[in-house]
Design a protein around this ligand. Structure first.
Ligand code: GLY
Length: 337
């Protein structure tokens, strides 16, 4: 197999400027063995796949008795169907794991096409049984980006604070950017009650108090928060639509119970917003006994994925200790300088 280094080809198959220059210095890579002869390969990213596949398959070659006169035209790779399938399965799994536009992704090509790596992959192929794809190491899935927008909490040496929650409401807001501004307009109209009793995107209901009217602002759940006691102060907040209010409530209660920033942003959450008449809760928010007890009391419980992205800072006046934390459920960073 001649392998054109994928770095020279964009994902669309076009050569970029740097690639054109480096192409002059291009040296084809050869994978050869007694059973498999070099041949021209396509100049696209599947090259690595084909090479990896052949490195794998190579070792399953069953030499065919071929008449000398036919050798040049008939010489080809012979492997059993099941071994070919298993080699493909493993190479395609690696395609999913590692390959992408080389302008963006660093690919472990050397390793993938090495015979040592192929030997490792072959070691769990069974001669008499298919390998379920689910038995291979699952492809790494990066944490999906959450639906949430952003909250920042800031406190300076004097105790001045900023608590700012941003929203465009749902994904990409209204989907409209006024030309030349770079600003995505929100779709906050959904925060109004468009019709009494009809739930909005968060399942919230309301009446005329939050009906649409000229110059009126829609009701928001955003709750950027400052807390002060005689002993200290805290700043916190989170994105999260209708659940912001209950998240901030739980964080606030935790602060008053002695929690530091790490605890405030981490404690498991539960949420009830009148309608729907359901208690949503994160794994670990209730003990098994509590769940049983609540069900017996007539609550409708629904466990849901962790949610929210709280940012919190606390300052204890007596000890001088400052703690800052970013919600472990989502992206973010906290720092005390
Ligand atoms: N856009 C969600 C809220 O402000 O509550």
């Amino acid at each position: 197999i001649i392998s054109l280094p994928a770095a020279q080809v964009s994902s669309h198959g076009f050569l970029n400027g740097a690639s054109r220059a480096s192409l002059k210095a291009f040296q084809p890579a050869f994978l050869t063995s007694a059973n498999f002869r070099p041949s021209a390969a396509t100049a696209s990213s599947p090259t690595e796949l084909v090479t990896e596949f052949s490195a794998l398959a190579n070792c399953f070659c069953v030499p065919q008795p071929i008449a000398r006169s036919e050798a040049l035209t008939r010489r080809r790779l012979r492997i059993t169907a099941s071994r070919g399938i298993e080699a493909m399965r493993r190479a395609y799994r690696d395609r999913a794991e590692y390959l992408g536009d080389p302008d963006f992704v660093k690919m472990p090509i050397k390793r993938l096409i090495s015979s040592y790596y192929a030997a490792g992959l072959r070691s769990n192929i069974l001669a008499d049984r298919a390998t379920p794809s689910s038995d291979l190491a699952p492809v790494t899935i990066s944490k999906p980006e959450s639906m949430h927008t952003t909250h920042i909490s800031i406190m300076d040496k004097q105790g001045n604070e900023v608590s700012a929650t941003f929203t465009v409401n749902f994904r990409f807001g209204s989907g409209f950017v006024p030309p030349g501004t770079g600003v995505v307009l929100n779709d906050e109209m959904d925060d109004f009650v468009s019709k009494p009793g009809v739930p909005n995107g968060y399942g919230l209901v309301g009446n005329d108090a939050n009906a649409i009217a000229p110059h009126k602002r829609p009701l928001s759940s955003m709750t950027p928060t400052f807390l002060q006691t005689g002993n200290g102060q805290a700043v916190l907040g989170t994105p999260g639509g209708s659940r912001i209010i209950s998240m901030v409530l739980l964080g606030t209660l935790d602060y008053f119970n002695g929690g530091d920033a790490g605890s405030i942003v981490s404690i498991p959450r539960y949420h009830m917003q009148y309608l729907p008449d359901v208690v949503f809760y994160e794994p670990g928010a209730f003990t098994a006994d509590e769940i049983g007890g609540l069900k017996n009391m007539g609550y409708h419980l629904r466990e849901i994925h962790p949610y929210g992205n709280m940012q919190a800072i606390t300052w204890d006046y007596k000890t001088g200790k400052v703690t800052a934390a970013s919600d472990p459920r989502d992206i973010g960073k906290a720092e005390v300088r």
